[in-house]
Design a protein around this ligand. Structure first.
Ligand code: SAM
Length: 277
């Protein structure tokens, strides 16, 4: 009986996601099932509906209700200087190449609440690239983008972020980059001047043009194989020979058609440089 109910829930989720893709243009059918299902069930448990079938017609007709579901569908965890050794490698092994360009374009795909983009802005400024770069930070979830634009972090995280910043090879004091309030820290607004936050769906939207550095970290892990393939093709199309593509530490180019065209700059960093051949 429990299995039949589970199967039915699975079918209802599939039908709902198909409707969502057709009505709202957000296609979640390429997302890894277990994590998506868990998040949808969480939403249902906190909703007034007893099943997805019951919720479906209202979700498809009432955008504000769908927005509530969307808010909970994506995993938005991020942090400043996440995996600090990766930022150290960017500082030491990537920046010297970026400095050879008169102007550097960086794409942070799946930027969530902006921590990765702000971390890069700090790093590039410290490395003397102020005024010579632009960071395009994109996400499919409009709510995280609104938060990203505010540049506000929870004060309780500052100790951990300071540690990350130092391990990443930070040249200053992390506290130089924020003003502490009661329970929040406001990042230096001048960091935002070279960041463009914009909505972009890696599943359906086109590429942005050439970027010397593309980061797409901790996004592909939520996708099924086919969608991963599509996204890697899209990201690769933006990286010129000699440019860099950085994935999350649990993500890899191995086994994908792009793999042979890249070389990891240092093992385990998942920072790949595109070959010239
Ligand atoms: C776990 S966060 C990663 C944040 C950041 N890159 C990091 O590593 O700290 C994953 C982000 O990918 C975004 N995302 C999921 N599917 C996406 C898609 N199809 N297009 C663009 N962004 C997507 C989510 O909204 C979420 O903000």
């Amino acid at each position: 009986m429990a299995k039949e109910r589970d199967d039915l829930t699975g079918i209802e989720i599939e039908l709902l996601l198909e409707g969502v893709a057709r009505v709202y243009g957000y296609d979640f059918t390429g997302y890894a099932e277990a994590s998506l299902r868990r998040r949808m069930l969480q939403w249902l448990a906190n909703s007034p509906f007893s099943s997805f079938a019951e919720a479906q017609s209202r979700l498809l007709r009432e955008p504000p209700l769908f927005e509530e579901l969307l808010r909970g569908l994506t995993v938005n965890v991020s942090e400043m200087f996440r995996d600090p050794w990766v930022f150290r490698a960017i500082r030491e092994l990537v920046v010297p190449h970026l400095k050879t360009y008169p102007f550097v374009k960086v794409w942070v795909a799946g930027c969530s609440t902006g921590e990765e983009a702000y971390s890069l802005a700090i790093l590039l400024r410290e490395e003397g690239l102020a005024g010579h770069y632009r960071i395009y930070a994109t996400d499919l979830n409009p709510y995280v983008l609104e938060k990203a634009k505010e540049g506000v972090l929870p004060l309780r995280e500052m100790r951990r972020y300071t540690g990350n910043y130092q391990k990443s090879g930070g040249r200053s004091s992390f506290s130089d980059y924020y003003t502490a309030g009661y329970d929040r820290a406001l990042l230096d607004p001048s960091l935002r001047e070279e960041i463009v936050f914009a909505s972009h769906n890696l599943g359906v939207d086109a590429a942005f043009g050439e970027m010397q550095l593309v980061l797409c970290r901790n996004v592909l892990i939520y996708f099924k194989q086919q969608l991963k393939g599509r996204v890697l093709t899209l990201l690769d199309s933006c990286v010129p020979p000699g440019g860099f593509l950085c994935l999350g530490t649990k993500e890899t180019l191995d086994g994908y058609p792009q793999g042979p065209h890249y070389q990891e700059v240092e093992p385990q960093t998942r920072i790949y440089r595109k070959r010239y051949d």
